[in-house]
Design a protein around this ligand. Structure first.
Ligand code: MN
Ligand code: MN
Length: 467
């Protein structure tokens, strides 16, 4: 016979906060659904490695689901699906609700740019008969992590005549790849004495791209010439065209199941496509929600949400203005009644580095989607810090819909910190809170997430749109 629970045990059950991890809280059927959902996500990561590729992918999926380009002059009816493509680098997807936008709209915003190496405007040079692309890193990286791994080149070149040509080299198994070389341990005595941030210097992140001369003529820079010859044959571009190009260097390997149990996915660019994909698939699943549903896929988060494709730009609030005007109301009144889930990753607890975590307030792999009240640093600077009421609303939403979720904070107090797009949306008088997937090795070329957490992020955003 089972032992009677003590009075203290019963009271603890009632009063303590002690949620089950997703591995325990989810049914077998839900876990299977998560595994299936993760396959789609893994395929997405293999196909999409830049913000432009994310927009191209999302537009294609949206059009297949009946979305049309947004026209600010048309009047929309419930169930209408529209998208606004901001320069091929950011995107808004909208499903019109049965209630007027004056009752507020439901927004999920994720970013689709990831840390990487960008080519400089004049990138190509030859040094001791080796050809290189010179780079300027984009976002917060540990520079040493980007050496001695296979890298691919993605992007677009706008030629002198104004035509643009997409570039993608290193993804097809038949393609060549590139790399940044590192020093052999045998000769690293001086290098290894440097501070970790200086082991590989920013200016030394040069991509090795060739070593054969064009021919045997007595000409200088024959290796560089050979590279330009190949690029000209393939893309019709010359060296001068690099000045009007956006070429991004990203890891060349595909996303893979991680672990013998295949419970995780290892890949480049989880931050933040692991939230962008749920936000995309959740809006595509909408038919006629009560409130108008908006998924925003933003660029430039990793460098501070700057520029006209980043969340500091007015493109989201302008879109809300247009929606409001079409229904005869005012954008600022819509904003004031709206709720935004700023869908971004958080740091997952790493048992190898427990010292950076305050363990009662950190997020954990397989504990579900993370709701992060505030990010920021140095005494909550640079965060919008969601209100108790906003947290209460989202908490109820998740509990009512069987979403497994956890709280998170970005590290021990005064150990560092970071931000998301949340504060740039909240500044428009929109209730905003961060919600997303816990990640191991964030910003590394190979980041890790749990499949159950990805699925719970999808479930959270879908429940939000369907509330
Ligand atoms: Mn992020
Ligand atoms: Mn990031």
């Amino acid at each position: 016979m089972a032992e009677e629970k003590t009075q203290a045990a019963r009271l603890k059950e009632q009063l303590f906060y002690d949620p089950d991890p997703a591995t325990k809280a989810m049914t077998g059927e839900q876990k299977q659904a998560a595994m299936t959902y993760a396959e789609g996500y893994r395929d997405f990561l293999c196909e999409v490695k830049t913000e432009r590729e994310a927009v191209t992918f999302a537009v294609k999926q949206a059009e297949a689901a009946g979305f049309l380009p947004f026209d600010p002059n048309e009047s929309l009816k419930p169930g209408d699906k529209r998208y606004l493509n901001n320069r091929g680098k950011a995107l808004i997807l909208c499903v019109v609700g049965t209630e007027g936008v004056e009752n507020g709209i439901s927004i999920a915003a994720a970013h689709i740019d990831s840390p990487r190496l960008d080519l400089k405007p004049n990138p190509l040079y030859e040094d001791h008969e080796l050809a290189y692309f010179d780079t300027h890193y984009y976002g917060g990286i540990k520079k040493y992590q980007w050496t001695a791994i296979p890298l691919a080149l993605h992007g677009v070149v706008v030629r002198a005549d104004g035509t643009s040509v997409p570039v993608c080299i290193g993804e097809d198994p038949q393609d060549p790849v590139f790399c940044v070389t590192d020093l052999l341990p045998h000769l690293s005595a001086e290098q290894m004495k440097r501070a970790a941030g200086e082991i590989v210097k920013g200016e030394d992140l040069n991509l090795l791209i060739g070593s054969f001369p064009f021919n045997a003529d007595e000409e200088s820079e024959q290796v560089k010439l050979n590279i330009l010859h190949i690029l000209h044959e393939k893309y019709g571009i010359t060296e001068a065209d690099f000045r009007s190009a956006e070429l991004e260097i990203v890891p060349a390997f595909p996303a893979r199941d991680l672990g013998l149990d295949r419970s995780m996915i290892g890949a480049y660019g989880h931050d933040d496509r692991v939230c962008a994909y749920p936000a995309l698939t959740a809006v595509l699943a909408q038919k006629t929600p009560r409130l108008t549903a908006l998924t925003v896929l933003a660029d430039k988060e990793e460098i501070g949400s700057e520029g006209n494709t980043g969340m500091q730009s007015s493109f989201l609030i302008d879109f809300i203005e247009d929606l409001a005007a079409a229904q005869g109301c005012c954008g600022r009144h819509v904003a004031a009644r709206s709720l935004c889930l700023s869908a971004d990753v958080n740091a997952a607890f790493d048992p190898i580095y427990p010292e950076v975590a305050e363990q009662r307030n950190f997020s954990y792999l397989n504990h579900g989607v993370v709701l992060t009240k505030y990010t920021g640093a140095r005494g909550k600077y640079d965060t919008s810090d969601a209100s108790a009421e906003t947290m209460g609303k989202v908490r109820r939403l998740m509990d009512q819909n069987g979403v497994v979720w956890q709280i998170g904070e970005l590290g021990r107090v005064d150990f560092g910190g970071g931000g998301t797009v949340a504060k740039y949306i909240a500044t428009h008088n929109i209730d905003t809170v961060d919600l997303g997937v816990p990640v191991l090795s964030m910003h590394a070329p190979f980041e890790v997430v749990s499949k159950l957490d990805v699925y719970m992020t999808y479930r959270a955003i879908k429940a939000f749109y369907e509330a």
